[in-house]
Design a protein around this ligand. Structure first.
Ligand code: GLN
Length: 479
């Protein structure tokens, strides 16, 4: 087995036993990035020197006899909308092309405290808006499983880097599916934690009531390790909470009930994807899990509801990029031609933001404007409550909910980029989870024409543990 194929758990064991050094491991990843990222385009920046010096430092510590923490010396890639002190953080946008982060995001602080080795920053759709990483302001990322296909998005760079063995694990962010959908397309594991389980401090905001940071890994066990390291209350994010102690594991499978919502098997869905999902549900049944059909009747409104609430929050969050405070600004010459300050704002934003971002800012501004607020935003918030209540009712009957992650496997590069509505539809099964603030994981369960397919397991708020446990059982059953 190549060093770059190791899971976190395996790499940790070898590091602790001093069978390998962090320097060796880090070099192996850097070599592979050098050789393969020419094909995948998953990184926006590789910080080799920093990674190597970090690795040496950790090796020294281990040599002095210190027991390495579980993530010590193991290389990670970070989505480029998460701040790492003194590294550039672009959010995939030209408007932040030269922006250098002045501090660490809380998740990064926590990983650094565990001596993680940061390899660099990964590509994403601009400000995390997209489902294919084709909206990146720099270049599209390709799916390592098939280079003619998208890796999904918006955390496409992170998912491709994990799938292509260019890092041991990665961080992504998920506002409407951006961890789970790329994980599914690339054949890796992606966990979107409960809203509030992980601090958002230092995550460049897209839609604050939906955004969450989470791990993208090779196994469910690894997802658990990373989640444990980054979760918990942070004074810098007032929406973050301390998680209850993990419930004792080893639930008797026979006592677990899982629900399969009938609204998640829709017309137009790829029939082979459906077959794979149904088969993996059977695997649970074979283990003694009780499976029952449930209904989440407001599912059909989730996409429309999301595309009112998300752009509204986007329009407010992105107002800060005005060409003055930070980021791209029109040139001095152009500025002197402008008649007033407003020209600087308007032209800097017009030139700095890509098309999809401008569409969403306009949509959101419209939905929030006087006279329309009640008709759109307020109404969408009411629908959001109904969607949440659907899940609450379902969770009175079942412990976990099983659904597909996406109606199709990874699509071709260029296939949906001209048609935003088609692109939006690829998140139809992930979005309701964000609206309801729930935790969910994507686990690879099969392939269609050699393209990976992911199963989504959704849980009650703060019951990540149950999801992870079920995920591990499934992983074993299908391996
Ligand atoms: N694809 C969805 C969107 O374009 C979700 C993005 C995300 O989760 N960041 O908004």
């Amino acid at each position: 087995m190549e060093l770059t194929e190791l899971t976190i758990a395996q790499a940790h064991e070898k590091l602790a036993k001093r069978e390998i050094s962090s320097l060796e491991l880090t070099k192996a990843f850097l070599d592979r990035i050098e050789n393969f990222d020419k094909k995948f385009f998953s990184f926006l920046a590789v910080t080799s020197n920093l990674a190597l010096s970090q690795a040496r430092k950790i090796d020294d510590l281990i040599l002095t006899g210190r027991k390495p923490s579980i993530l010590a010396g193991i290389p990670i890639a970070v989505k480029d909308n998460i701040l790492v002190e003194e590294m550039r953080c672009t959010a995939g946008s030209k408007i932040l092309e030269n922006y250098v982060a002045p501090y660490d995001a809380t998740v990064i602080e926590r990983l650094k405290a565990q001596d993680a080795v940061i390899l660099g920053k990964t590509n994403l759709d601009e400000f995390a808006m997209g489902s294919s990483t084709e909206n990146s302001g720099f270049f599209p990322t390709k799916n390592p499983q098939d280079l003619t296909r998208v890796p999904g998005g918006s955390s496409g760079g992170s998912a491709a880097a994990v799938a292509g063995d260019l890092c041991c694990y990665a961080l992504g962010s998920d506002t409407g599916g951006s961890i789970r959908q790329p994980a599914s397309f690339c054949g890796v594991v992606g966990l979107k934690p409960t809203y509030g389980a992980v601090s958002r401090s230092g995550l460049i905001s897209m839609a604050s009531s939906l955004d969450q940071i989470g791990p993208i890994t090779k196994t469910v066990e690894d997802a658990k390790i990373v989640f444990e390291a980054i979760k918990g209350k942070d004074p810098l994010d007032s929406t973050s909470v301390e998680l209850p102690k993990p419930q004792t594991t080893n639930h008797k499978l026979q006592t677990i009930k899982m629900g399969v919502p009938k609204e998640y098997f829709i017309e137009g869905m790829d029939t082979e994807v459906e077959e794979i999902i149904r088969n993996s549900i059977k695997k649970f049944e074979e283990q003694g899990v009780k499976i029952e059909e449930i209904s989440l009747p407001h599912t059909k409104y989730a996409l429309s509801c999301y595309y009112i609430i998300m752009p509204s929050e986007v329009s407010a969050n992105l107002a800060r990029y005005d060409g003055i405070k930070y980021g791209y600004s029109i040139s001095k010459e152009q500025r002197s031609k402008g008649k007033e300050l407003l020209d600087v704002y308007l032209r800097s934003r017009e030139e700095g933001f890509g098309e999809e971002v401008r569409i969403r800012i306009m949509l959101g501004t419209y939905a929030l404007s006087a006279g329309y607020y009640e008709a759109y935003y307020l109404r969408a918030q009411k629908v959001r409550t109904l969607i949440k209540e659907d899940f609450e009712k379902a969770f009175q009957k079942v412990d976990l909910i099983l659904t597909p992650v996406s109606p199709t496997p990874a699509f071709k590069i260029g296939e949906k980029i001209e048609d935003p509505l088609k692109m939006y539809l690829s998140d139809i099964f992930t979005i309701a989870v964000n609206l309801a603030g729930l935790p969910a994981i994507s686990i690879p369960v099969g392939r269609v024409n050699n393209l990976p397919v992911g199963l989504q397991i959704i849980g009650r708020p703060f019951e990540e543990n149950k999801i992870l446990e079920a995920g591990q059982i499934l992983e074993k059953a299908i391996s």
